[in-house]
Design a protein around this ligand. Structure first.
Ligand SMILES: Nc1ncnc2c1ncn2[C@@H]1O[C@H](COP(=O)(O)OP(=O)(O)O)[C@@H](O)[C@H]1O
Ligand SMILES: [Mg+2]
Length: 252
């Protein structure tokens, strides 16, 4: 469903992506593994046109993202939901207003129709609408904030969801609930999911495929099960969490 070909991106003299080739399979969850600062967020920001490639192409459901076409960009943004690394709720809006926001931006639904969608979205992420609708972000726990962010992400019925470190900063139990949610949404909504995570255990739980990003390229790709016992030195080091091996610190 999402195809990336020969994606290059530099920031100043720093070459971050040096020819990324990867397909994100329709209806499945693919996790991108890679070191901090390696360019994972950069890849997914390209998918929704928050960044433009220096070279290469991105296609979502047959629609090519190109800087010249605002129409294609709009279509892709409607199809692809994005859960920001920070969760990024609007602090001055309560839960209802946060979740409702994309509906007001992108649809002509009536207030009553919007209410129904908000309710369904919150229920899908395991929140009780009546209890949370009027709360403000600072009144929510970290896990709840992620879930509200997720409710907002799914409210436009996206065909794909991009998750940028959805469990970072959460305790193991809450992380596990978020992973279960990712699985549930994939099954209930049939969405194509792209996940960035440093949480190896959680990644294996909810991924069908894994892509290993190293030095600006995808150096290994395969079924999650096979990745657990990969012979690839880079994958082994990442999965074992070892400081020794081909992967060096980003600044080395
Ligand atoms: N908008 C930007 N301007 C300049 N440098 C950036 C920008 N976005 C990312 N970078 C740099 O690109 C590299 C990759 O960043 P990122 O994609 O966020 O990595 P990851 O998500 O894998 O941790 C980092 O060195 C980061 O500092
Ligand atoms: Mg990142």
């Amino acid at each position: 469903m999402i195809t990336i070909r020969d994606l290059h991106k530099s920031f100043g003299a720093k070459q971050v992506l040096r020819g990324v080739n990867v397909d994100f399979v329709s209806g499945k969850t693919t996790t991108i593994f890679g070191i901090s600062g390696g360019g994972k967020s950069t890849i997914i920001k390209h998918i929704i046109g928050l960044m433009t490639p220096d070279r290469g192409t991105i296609e979502v459901n047959g629609i090519t993202l190109d800087a010249g076409s605002k129409e294609n960009l709009y279509k892709i943004r409607k199809m692809v939901g994005y859960l920001f690394q920070s969760g990024a709720l609007f602090d001055s809006m309560n839960v209802k207003e946060n979740v409702e926001f994309p509906l007001i931006e992108h649809t002509k639904l009536t207030p009553l129709e919007r209410d129904r969608k908000i309710e369904r979205s919150l229920e899908l992420v395991g929140l009780k609408p009546r209890e949370v609708l009027c709360l403000y972000p600072h009144e929510l726990s970290g896990g709840m904030r992620k879930r509200v962010g997720l409710a907002r992400t799914i409210i436009l019925d996206p065909q794909a969801i991009l998750y940028d470190e959805p469990t970072s900063g959460l305790d193991p139990i809450t992380s596990d609930r978020i992973s279960q949610l990712i699985l549930l949404l994939q099954r209930e909504l049939g969405v194509t999911s792209v996940l960035i995570s440093h949480d190896i255990k959680e990644s294996f739980k909810c991924s069908d495929y894994i892509a290993m990003l190293f030095e600006g390229r995808i150096v290994d790709y395969g079924e999650a099960e096979k990745f657990k016992n990969s012979d690839n030195e880079i994958v082994r080091q990442f999965v074992d969490g070892s400081a020794d091996g081909p992967i060096k610190f980003a600044n080395d």
